[in-house]
Every structure is written in C-alpha cells, then in structure tokens.
Design a protein around this ligand. Sequence first.
Ligand code: PLP
Length: 369
Amino acid sequence: MNQSTIPQKSKNQDSSPIKIEHQTESRIQSVDLDNPGFGNVFADHMLNITYKNNQWQQPLIEPFRELSLSPATATIHYGQTVFEGMKAFRGQNGEVKIFRLHDHLNRLNNSCSRMCIPQLDTELLSRALKKLITIDRKWVPEKYGNALYIRPIIFATDASLGVKPAKTYQLLVITSPVGAYYDEGFDPVNLTTTDEYIRATEGGSGYVKTACNYGPTLLPAQKAKEKGFTQILWLDAHEHKYIEEVGTMNIFFKIDGELHTPPLDGSILGGITRDSVIRLASQWDIPVHQRRITINEIFEADHNNKLEEIFGTGTAAVISPVGSIHHNGKTIVTDREQIGPFAQKLYETITGIQYSTLEDTNQWMSSID
Ligand SMILES: Cc1ncc(COP(=O)(O)O)c(C=O)c1O
C-alpha cells in the first residue's frame, strides 16, 4: 500500500487533506451485523498516520490490511504504545454519531504524555476519524445495543533494541461492529477480589490506556474465571483494602440513596462512562462521592441493608450490573440476578442518548458528517 510521505504543514494542519485509498471489494456481505460478537470482525478501511521527522504526517485512509514490522520493532519489546476505545451509533433516523469523541481523543493525548509519545492534533484526528466512519458507514449496525467500536492505537515503530522513547510511531484506527461485551449480556457479572495480585499503584501507569496495564491482568483474570467469576475487582496495591476498579470497567456503589465510586488518584482509568454516570447522577440530584472505599465497608453496608446496587461502567458494556462480589471467603449477592432500577435508568438514558431516542442535552454526540 502506498504510504504518504507528504509532510504536514505545521502552521496550518487543519487544511491538510486526508488521503483516501478505497477498498475495491467490501467484506461486509460475510458479516452478520445483528450478531457480530465483540472485536473479531473489522470494517473495510483503517486510518493510518505515521510520525517521523519530528511530526505527524498526512492522514491516510486505506483498506484494512495486515502490517509488516521488523522483529526489532520497539513496541513489541518494551510496550511503548497507547490505545483508545469508543463507539459510533446508528440513531433511529439513520444518522451515525460518535459518543464523547473529543473526550476520548483528549484521553488519548493524556496517555501519550505518560508514554513519551508525541501529542496529536485532536482536531485533525477527529476529522480523519469521522471521514473513516463515513466511508465505512454501512458497517455501523442498525440493531439497538450493537455499535461500531472504534479502536485507535499508537505504537513505537523504531527498529531498535535500546530502551528509550522512539523517534517514529504509527497511529492506526480500526473499527469493528460489536454486540454485547460479556457473554452474560446485560445479566449481572460476578466479581472476586484477589490478594495475590495487583493491577496498578500511584506513580505507575494505571490511569493510562496502555498495553502494560492489561497483559499482567490476564493470568489473575484467567484464575478467577476458572473459579467461576467473570472478572476481578481490583483492590489497592498497598493494603488490599481499598476498591479500585474492574479489568475493563469502573465501579459504582449505590448506598442509602447516594452514589460512591473510587477517586481518580492515578491508579485507575478515568472512564468516560464513569464521567457520564457522575454527570447524569448530579443532574438528577443524586449525591455522588468520589472517595476511597474499603471493601469491608461494602460488606458492612450490605449487612446493614444499605447497599442498594453495584454496577460497572465502560464503553464496551455501558452499564454492567454486578450480581455478586466474593472477598476473603465471603460473598455479597446483590439483587438476585436482576438489574437494579438505578443502573437500568442509567443504561436507558445513556443508550437513549447514544441511539438518539433521547435529547443529547450534554452535547455528548458528534455527527460524522
Ligand atoms: C481499565 C479500564 N477501566 C475502566 C474502563 C472504562 O472506561 P470507559 O468508560 O472510558 O470505556 C476501561 C475501558 O476503557 C478500562 O480499560
């Protein structure tokens, strides 16, 4: 594939054109958009932007293809890479919109800062990304609950074994029609804590969407699965006492009419869905406490019949009711295989905004046209 080498005009990036190479034969006929699974099939095109000579180059939209990399590619060895995850939805009127696009792109830049990756022009990236979705518009599923998942990734491409920030990078955006993330669908998930492993700690990279936060969680997650749990509820690295988050979700507790969630103190990801929930709850006059929460006080609240609901939040599952939490041989079983009314209301509101059946009063949706 022809990779553009035209340098971007540094003074007037907004006017730099986006180069497009169209796929000659679409693969969409072989895909069931009503039942696409999660993240296994990919739309016809991808966005490709390289960084070299100290600047990001002209964006290229080209057919989805395999990559050819040197075995010495820095990312494969040392993990200098970041990614994002967001979704495009097809509203009832057929219009396609992306949920909180600019927040996701800003978070991508935050991740870049932590990982020594050069900052992106988010306005240019936003335009290129909308163009990509416009070209692959037919890949955005119509079925309520399904969406086109958008995965930007940036990785170091220097072919060099030195441990240092690279001089060259590649940004790719691939998209994938998706259905429900968990096998359980909207049924409650079952979580367990672990005192054997930790996910992140202050000063580390827990707040960043980077590969090194995910690889080490696979073994503990696999062990949890073998014991019948869906995911791990991570506790703090020092005392195994304070609740952090779930592998791909932030966590909320509704206790005595008020919402509680761990604070953004550097070891957990600042979820965009988490932020959406906090804003909606505040707009509904539900007090929200972002504070350190011990696992023991959740068991206590449950014991005192004050614990009303537990749910996770994330782009993939939106709202995921938690059916049970297992900790130190004890288990909290929340609402008995049912989604709680507050989680239900949040789910209906967020998805209503995403599928344009509810008014987008917070201006969360970006049209692609
Ligand atoms: C570790 C982690 N926590 C939380 C989340 C939820 O974040 P968001 O709501 O932005 O998808 C994700 C998913 O992106 C994640 O990977």
